[in-house]
Design a protein around this ligand. Structure first.
Ligand SMILES: NC(=O)c1ccc[n+]([C@@H]2O[C@H](COP(=O)([O-])OP(=O)(O)OC[C@H]3O[C@@H](n4cnc5c(N)ncnc54)[C@H](O)[C@@H]3O)[C@@H](O)[C@H]2O)c1
Length: 325
């Protein structure tokens, strides 16, 4: 299939491209390199530098391509920033997705996979979180993804699109060749590894939560498992499936557990300092991925925290300056 991958120069999208190419698909990456890296795009994939907010630029970028499917990773995705600058999130995530649906639709695509998020749920009433749980985002980032899901539902009803929204929990780990490299890092695993290498301290936001060790518990999912779910979503849409699916490994790990495992993997102590809780941080976020298992036939392979952190560490050691060489 000919697949347009937006955000294919980013962390998760680039690993999905690797996998799609291995499956024999023809991949075209569209990315404005705002947070991604040209070097992260596999050489066998086509690449266009375009901004999804600019519909005319998207049309020009897609001219001459006959598309079957879209995988839409491109987004702004910082929760804190979305509280400061909501307009950026509605423009870059919601508006851009409408441009994408229109222009990719005009090139023949009728299958769409969205990178969605656990932030669509907000503060859960109960864990593990199923897809039936209420959606009540507590920030514009989560709201923007929920809005895209609702737009997809309308394009499904009115324009014959099949769509699957994959609500990832915390993406982590690396493939052999691709990993996490951001100018502004907010994710726990790369922050912990950076603290191990550079000797800084890791800030733990709150240690008085109602969890076994008092720190927040999150569900970490390996990016190669996410890539696998995307391939399965593509197949499922071919069988007529549309809808929302959680992707998590079903196990929660506390912030302190992540730090302890990283200390074991790196072989060095990591400085820790307890900071105040961040507003809107739920104590525990764990996914029920039963629906993805049943309907997509997806089973995460890397559910062990140690192997997730080890893969990130391998990449970090091989690329101490990230994609800058
Ligand atoms: N990392 C996680 O833990 C996580 C969790 C849940 C959901 N997600 C979602 O997964 C997707 C990928 O996340 P990531 O961690 O790989 O982020 P990332 O920032 O590494 O990748 C995003 C890519 O999109 C590109 N992009 C952004 N805006 C664009 C635009 N207007 N036009 C063209 N390209 C644009 C960036 O340059 C970048 O290459 C995002 O949609 C994010 O919301 C990520």
């Amino acid at each position: 299939m000919k697949i347009l991958v937006t955000g294919g120069a980013g962390y998760i999208g680039s690993v999905a491209c690797e996998r799609l190419l291995r499956e024999g698909h023809d991949v075209l990456v569209l990315d404005n390199l705002s947070t991604g890296h040209r070097e992260a795009v596999p050489p066998q994939a086509g690449f266009v530098d375009a901004d999804l907010r600019d519909r005319a630029a998207v049309r020009r970028a897609l001219a001459g391509h006959d598309l079957d499917a879209v995988m839409h990773f491109a987004a702004a995705s910082l929760v804190g920033e979305s509280m400061e600058d909501p307009g950026k999130y509605f423009e870059n995530n919601v508006g851009a997705s409408v441009n994408l649906l229109e222009e990719a639709g005009a090139r023949g695509a009728r299958r769409f996979v969205l990178s969605s998020t656990a932030a669509t749920y907000g503060e859960p009433d109960r864990v593990p979180i199923t897809e039936e749980a209420a959606t009540a985002p507590t920030n514009p980032y989560g709201e923007s993804k929920l809005m895209i899901e609702r737009i997809l539902d309308w394009y499904g009803r009115l324009r014959d699109w099949r769509w699957i929204s994959l609500r990832y929990f915390n993406a982590a780990g690396a493939s052999e060749e691709r990993g996490e490299d951001r100018d502004h890092e907010t994710h726990l695993v790369p922050l912990v590894l950076r603290a191990a290498v550079q000797g800084g301290e890791i800030r733990i936001f709150g240690d008085d939560y109602p969890t076994p060790d008092g720190t927040c518990v999150r569900d970490y999912i390996h990016i190669e498992d996410l890539a696998d779910a995307h391939v399965r979503a593509l197949d499922a849409m071919g069988r007529g499936v549309s809808g929302v699916f959680n992707l998590g490994n079903g196990k929660g790990f506390s912030v302190r557990e992540v730090v302890t495992v990283a200390e074991q993997v790196v072989g060095r102590p990591i400085g820790q300092v307890v900071a105040p809780r961040r507003p809107g941080d739920p104590a525990t976020l764990i996914a029920s991925s039963d629906r993805a298992r049943e309907v997509l036939g997806w089973t995460p392979a890397h559910t062990d925290l140690r192997s997730i952190v080890e893969s990130a560490w391998r990449w970090h050691r091989a690329h101490p300056n990230g994609y800058r060489g």
